[in-house]
Write a protein that binds this ligand. Structure first.
Ligand SMILES: Nc1ncnc2c1ncn2[C@@H]1O[C@H](COP(=O)(O)OP(=O)(O)O)[C@@H](O)[C@H]1O
Ligand SMILES: [Mg+2]
Length: 274
């Protein structure tokens, strides 16, 4: 099935799994118990620069840094075109930065082996793409269970977990529909379910509630909050103030760089609704 091959090109196949294909652990702490402020962030971008080449190219991210610590829910805000999607692409490890570094639990992404990177993408990190990235010839259920299937999870188990996620997100009556038969808001919820099904430690969500009404936004935000509840971290690019009820921190992008960072209360006066 070509879709599975496409997916494997991104996430790797189980047969790639060598002995080093576990999700990489943080480096051992030196000495005794490390001070809390010395525990490395789960995911960290350090002065990331990323441009698009060509005549229509752009310097999209110009030296942006951001660290996601356990239990962070960071709202990434800023006007359209300010570089949020490009930055999320770099943080996910899918797009290598031109300059700067992205680190997973203290280890530079570029030092991870191919199979470690694949394992990270399958189990450590979930990504909700702004354009959803669903496979159009698969049903909602098949899209959601795919990360588990690629990871070798038994079909019945994968089915059950995918069904439970879709039911939770209000899609119980859309399990068998292919994605082109779904509204944008429904596709968005399928994309969220797919990102969460492996119970990743970190979720990067690009405009995860842009297409849904308030009720479904709450379902999605509650589902993302589970990640925080189990000690993980969420980075969500959003224009929706609803997300600020969940965020402990807001990072405002402008012209490809971090323009402001603080608590939602600190920043509420300068948030754009663009
Ligand atoms: N594939 C691309 N090729 C060329 N320029 C791009 C591409 N994707 C985004 N850009 C440009 O990079 C800048 C940042 O875009 P983006 O990261 O999508 O911002 P945001 O998510 O904040 O709207 C914009 O100027 C945009 O036009
Ligand atoms: Mg974007």
């Amino acid at each position: 099935m070509p879709e599975i091959d496409d997916l494997r090109a991104t996430w790797g196949r189980r047969s790639d799994d060598q002995s080093d294909a576990t999700v990489p652990e943080p480096p051992p702490a030196a000495g005794t118990e490390p001070a809390a402020d010395r525990i490395p962030p789960l995911l960290e971008a350090d002065r990331v620069v990323r441009s698009y080449p060509g005549t229509h190219g752009a310097l999209a991210v110009r030296g942006a840094s951001l660290a996601l610590a356990p239990r962070d829910f960071v709202a990434l805000m800023g006007p359209s075109g300010s570089g949020k999607t490009t930055f999320i692409g770099a943080m996910s490890g899918l797009d290598a930065p031109d300059e700067g570094e992205v680190r997973w639990q203290g280890r530079p992404m570029r030092d991870l082996s191919r199979s470690q990177r694949h394992a990270l993408r399958r189990r450590g990190m979930g990504v909700v793409f702004q354009s959803f990235g669903l496979l159009p010839t698969l049903s909602a259920l098949e899209n959601v269970e795919l990360p588990l299937r690629v990871d070798g999870v038994d079909l019945d188990d994968a089915h059950g977990r995918a069904r439970a996620w879709l039911e939770r997100l209000g899609l119980a009556d859309r399990l068998e529909n292919r994605t082109f038969e779904l509204s944008a808001g429904q596709q968005q919820r399928v994309a969220v379910a797919r990102a969460l099904i492996s119970e990743p430690q970190v979720v990067l969500a690009d405009e995860p509630i842009a297409e849904v009404d308030t009720e479904n936004a709450d379902l999605i935000l509650e589902a993302l909050w589970d990640v925080v509840g189990r000690g993980g971290a969420v980075l969500a690019a959003t224009h929706n103030p609803e997300a600020l009820r969940y965020a402990n921190r807001v990072v405002v992008f402008r012209d490809g760089a971090v323009d402001a960072e603080g608590s939602p209360d600190d920043l509420v006066h300068r948030l754009t609704t663009d």
